[in-house]
Design a protein around this ligand. Structure first.
Ligand code: FE2
Length: 325
């Protein structure tokens, strides 16, 4: 069984092909970046639309396959930016209809979780999903990924990118400021905002932005990251205690942060839990994760009719029945 997956929720357009063992036969992508300033949905859409044919063609060339070999076409149905989401939805519907292949609409957050679980050989993990648009702590219970705690405003990746932008960096800034965490240990007090099991990052961002120019940049970057990552570690630790789970699985683009891995790793080892980290190329937005999740959904008998394939900008992972669990 082979699945073609398409991803275009935000800055990345990707085309991936996987088989039923989760061997990745192709994982091609083109990412929208800026020299200065953040991501504008209309510009990201133009980027995706211009690059999509080349990326899909490249995935077929890389795998040596054609549409005849594909059993199911998957696409990320949401959550994400409307114009961006529609790019892969339109291409997936077109390929599905033209080649008479079933279609599978995939929740992008569920895809981040499923590829991480598979590649890290996780058994029954608590999931720490950290990305630009999302920050959620989840666990699988009664066929749904239940959200135990989450951000009430922006995703932690958005916090890092926005702060980096205020320092004059382009998009994405997160990976560039991550290294600054290890260049400083001078903590500057910033707002720490955990509400029950939920998190808030905008007050932290505003407060740190107001301090730019008054304190060393690397100290401020360290302090912003340390505050945010300790907030995530606090909620994760409480969720581990509550669920009794022994594995925490870190996925999503911010899983690549060495600083976040350090903070979560220290907390996990203190309570004798194992921290599993999704490999970087599959933790960031990619289409192999969409293909893999589309494949396991299809294998469990779940497909998406064209009439139900509308993109969903606010598509929560806990709204999806995990039929394959
Ligand atoms: Fe993502």
């Amino acid at each position: 069984m082979i699945c073609l997956g398409l991803e275009s929720t935000a800055h990345t357009f990707g085309a991936g092909i996987v088989d039923e063992k989760c061997s990745v036969l192709a994982n091609e992508k083109s990412a929208f970046t800026t020299e200065k300033g953040g991501i504008k949905p209309s510009e990201a859409f133009d980027h995706h639309w211009q690059n999509a044919p080349m990326v899909v063609k490249s995935a077929f060339e890389k795998s040596g396959l054609t549409m005849k070999d594909i059993d199911v076409v998957a696409f990320s149905q949401g959550p994400g930016l409307g114009p961006c989401l529609r790019t892969s939805a339109v291409i997936a519907r077109t390929l599905s209809l033209k080649h008479k292949k079933p279609l599978a609409g995939v929740n992008h957050a569920v895809a981040h979780i499923e590829i991480a679980k598979k590649l890290c050989h996780a058994k029954d993990p608590l999931i720490v999903y950290t990305s630009g648009g999302n920050t959620q702590i989840l666990c699988l219970e009664a066929k749904r990924y239940r959200v135990l705690g989450e951000t009430l405003d922006i995703g932690v990746g958005n916090l890092l990118d926005s702060f980096g932008r205020s320092l004059g960096m382009g998009f994405p800034a997160g990976p560039r400021i991550d290294g600054m965490y290890f260049e400083s240990g001078n903590y500057i007090e910033l707002p720490y905002s955990v509400k029950g099991m939920d998190l808030q990052f905008t007050g932290l961002l505003t407060s740190a932005e107001k301090k730019i120019g008054t304190v060393p940049e690397k100290d401020l970057s360290y302090s912003l990251m340390h505050t945010a990552f300790c907030m995530i570690a606090e909620v994760t630790e409480r969720a581990l205690a509550f669920t009794g789970k022994k594995e925490a699985l870190l996925t999503g683009g911010v899983a690549c942060s060495k600083a976040l891995q350090k903070v979560l790793g220290e907390m996990c080892s203190a309570r004798k839990a194992k921290l599993l980290v999704c490999p970087a190329q599959y933790a960031v937005d990619n289409a192999a994760m969409i293909a893999w999740t589309g494949l396991i959904a299809f294998r469990a008998g779940k497909t998406t009719k064209i009439s139900e394939s509308k993109v969903i900008q606010r598509f929560r992972p806990d709204s999806v029945e995990i039929a394959w669990s």
